[in-house]
Design a protein around this ligand. Structure first.
Ligand SMILES: Cc1cc2nc3c(=O)[nH]c(=O)nc-3n(C[C@H](O)[C@H](O)[C@H](O)COP(=O)(O)O)c2cc1C
Length: 729
């Protein structure tokens, strides 16, 4: 079953129950403070287990002429009702060892009473109780569908607590907090429903009935003998009611956690013993679990879980609204059978529509006939020449909701004329099955009759506008059309941007690469390996640059791309100019403080974070392996490399030139100096890789060979144990 069925059930339930859940959560948050404030009172008896009931009964009897009852509550407070020597009725908390009066019984304040009523019945009596119970039940279903959604998203229950890809903050925290709050929320809702069922007498608890032979009792002796009280400690006791009079037929009624006993007041003999019903046991348990009575830790957990429910309401609706906002489908001017260009979209959260709509508008502006729809509405297209598929991938390489039927319908609906097709896949490299569904669509179209591939499959990571523009350029070239590069709508305005002042910018070398140094406040909080996140004004799409920290300045190694919005913007910056950006912490790519050996592997601008790392911590023996084009490519980095060499901070510096001399890549020089890698790994050092994904693949292959030649483990072992760290793009 697809992930979206669960998403829609989860959402539909949340909308239906939202008002009741909102009220119940707000009042629940307030009520969570009641048991907390109770438990902060100084009446708790810690050692109930060591005090026998006999001891307490005797001391009370010696101290007071009459004792009516003794009670031990969930907070471990002992309360009693007694008549004092001067004939007054005294009720409150007592010390069970000395029978000393400690203080008045706590009764909930008017405010808590008001909130409790609102929480239980919304002041609507039975109707309100029913609505609250229904809200509680719906919240239980929401928690269950949410659980299924997370299991689906994480590709199985085994990965339930695995890392979440941070697509956006609302979604990330909704899942992270949801996973931790799941059990408390399920407990709150089940117990809430159970308490309501008790209240409505759907579940009934039979009162305990005792059979006492009163005739035998009347004839029994008033001689005192050993009582069962000696064998019972106070931690087992809930309530003890004293005999009403001294007549032999009056007895003690003792309620323990699991049974109720009637006890002869003179002989101590058990006259009747009945176990507490399961219903009664569960109602006490439900009340304590639902209210947090008796445990300050559980009360705090309930408080946090209830606050989280409010956050889930906010973040859930925020995600839904964003999804709605993103999914803007342009109005078709042409019917499916009139249009020359057919654009079909596969999208779950709407962002792919932004790209598809942008191309749609550009084609319409260039006076072409276009028809746009979702992949599931695939049909025959009488006059079409081009089919352009834009599709995201979901779950673990699955189709998005509006594309899950496409592959089947494609087989069943043949086209009469020949159609050229192009597929653009939207996905994220953070998922194993990167753009898998787009690949499936591309392969199926390739194997379908009357379809001819027009452009090879284009995969786009993280909705990269640059990558999309490159595809549009390729489309223009191939089709001999002159469609304007589409403008893609920005998603959201970035937050928490700070000022970064340009300290220097190197010349742009023959590889179109340059070094940019920046300064900002609070540099002490930034480390080499962190990411500078920039949102160029032109498209407001986030670009990330891995940075090095050198003498309190931030160093970026940037390659200027012909159509690169951000790299062009950076290349035009002047000394003293200020840019707006923010730092994304990236602790998984920090040089570990306590390691003794490190190998840095990079190609091209991937050297950026290492320009900082090679110059830090003299206690670490460091080796640099870097692949670049020519000797001249190195000049812009001389200051950082020379400083490290002069200060003997770099044990070896190995550079591969791909366009000069022996023409080698970084993986080639790693193969030549495999002994360095093996020895660093053996001595528990780290190997850090930064640069292109293509280089990463080749380097990992080489590292795997080295591992297999030197150790009994392959490269995955060292990745899993954190000795090989990667930050590639
Ligand atoms: C739960 C979830 C699962 C995803 N699974 C994959 C995946 O398996 N492969 C992939 O390349 N991208 C995956 N992605 C990333 C999306 O395909 C990507 O963010 C895409 O741009 C979203 O497009 P949309 O907003 O049109 O749905 C996943 C995203 C989410 C939220």
């Amino acid at each position: 079953m697809t992930i979206s069925i669960w998403r829609y059930s989860h959402l539909a339930l949340a909308i239906t129950a939202s008002v009741f859940i909102l009220l119940a959560s707000v009042t629940g948050i307030i009520l969570a403070f009641q048991p907390i404030s109770e438990q902060l009172q100084p009446y708790k008896v810690e050692d109930l287990k060591t005090i026998s009931l006999d001891q307490t009964v005797n001391i009370f009897k010696q101290t007071y002429p009459e004792v009516l009852q003794i009670e031990v509550d969930a907070n471990q407070f002992v309360s009693a009702s007694v008549i004092t020597k001067d004939g007054k009725n005294l009720e409150g908390y007592f010390n069970p060892k000395t029978a000393n009066y400690l203080g008045e019984k706590i009764s909930p304040s008017k405010f808590f009473q008001f909130t409790t009523n609102l929480h239980r019945s919304l002041f609507l009596k039975s109707t309100g109780r029913f609505l609250v119970a229904l809200g509680s039940f719906l919240l239980l279903l929401i928690a269950i569908t949410g659980f299924i959604l997370v299991v689906k998203r994480q590709s199985g229950i085994k990965h339930f607590f695995a890392k979440i890809v941070k697509e956006n903050p609302s979604q990330y925290w909704h899942i992270v907090l949801g996973r931790w709050s799941l059990v408390p929320i399920i407990i709150i809702t089940i117990t809430g429903v159970y308490l309501s069922l008790l209240k409505f007498e759907v579940i009934t608890d039979q009162a305990i009935k005792h059979n006492v032979d009163f005739e035998a009792l009347e004839a029994s002796s008033t001689e005192k003998s050993d009582s069962i009280f000696g064998t019972i400690t106070l931690d087992q006791v809930k309530h003890l009611e004293f005999p009403f009079s001294e007549f032999v037929e009056d007895y003690y009624t003792l309620k323990l956690k699991d049974k109720e006993l009637l006890i002869h007041q003179y002989s101590g003999e058990v006259l009747s013993e009945q176990n507490t019903s399961l219903t009664s046991y569960f109602s006490t348990l439900s009340l304590n679990l639902h209210t947090g009575k008796g445990s300050i830790i559980w009360s705090v957990i309930l408080l946090i879980a209830t606050i989280n429910i409010l956050y889930f309401m906010y973040s859930g609706f925020d995600m839904t609204l964003k999804r709605k906002k993103n999914t803007v489908i342009p109005k078709n001017k042409y019917t499916k059978d009139q249009a020359k260009f057919i654009i079909l979209v596969g999208s779950e959260t709407g962002s792919t529509y932004r790209f598809a709509s942008a191309l749609f508008n550009s084609l319409i502006n260039a006076k072409h006939s276009v028809f746009i729809s979702d992949l599931n509405s695939y049909s025959t297209y009488k006059n079409a020449e081009h089919l352009i598929v834009f599709t995201a991938t979901y779950g673990d390489g699955e189709a998005p909701i509006n594309a899950n039927k496409f592959l089947d319908t494609l087989k069943n609906i043949p086209q009469k004329q020949n159609l050229k097709f192009s597929v653009i896949g939207f996905g994220s490299l953070q998922y194993k099955a990167y753009c898998q569904f787009a690949e499936d669509v591309n392969n199926t179209l390739n194997n379908s009759q009357n379809f001819t591939q027009f452009l090879p499959l284009k995969t786009i990571n993280n909705q990269s506008l640059d990558a999309f523009k490159n595809w549009c350029i390729a489309f223009n070239l191939q089709s001999q059309l002159d469609i304007k590069i589409p403008k893609v709508k920005q998603l959201q305005t970035p937050k928490n941007l700070q000022d970064f002042k340009v300290v220097s910018k190197s010349e742009i070398n023959q590889d179109h690469t340059f070094v940019l140094t920046l300064q900002t406040k609070k540099t002490h909080k930034i480390q080499s390996g962190d990411l500078l996140s920039v949102f160029p004004k032109e498209d407001q799409i986030e670009r990330l640059y891995s940075l090095g920290k050198f003498e309190d300045k931030l160093v970026l190694s940037v390659k200027k791309h012909q159509f690169g919005v951000c790299s062009n913007y950076f290349s035009q910056l002047k000394e003293g100019e200020v840019i707006k950006a923010r730092i994304n912490k990236n602790p998984s790519f920090y040089l570990p403080k306590h390691t003794k050996h490190a190998v840095f592997i990079a190609n091209g601008t991937g050297i950026g974070p290492f320009l900082g790392m090679i110059n830090q911590n003299p206690n670490i023996k460091k080796h640099l392996f870097w692949g670049t084009r020519t000797q001249a490519s190195v000049n812009i980095y001389d200051a950082y490399l020379n400083e490290a060499k002069q200060k003997q901070l770099l044990t070896t510096c190995n550079i591969a030139y791909s366009k000069e001399g022996n023409k080698a890549y970084v993986q080639d020089i790693i193969a030549q100096k495999d002994n360095i890698i093996a020895s660093v790994l053996e001595q528990k050092g780290v190997v850090m890789i930064c640069g292109s994904v293509a280089m990463q693949t080749c380097v990992l292959d080489q590292l795997d060979t080295i591992c297999q030649n030197n150790f009994s483990n392959n490269v995955s072992y060292f990745i899993d144990n954190g000795q090989i760290k990667m930050d590639c793009y």
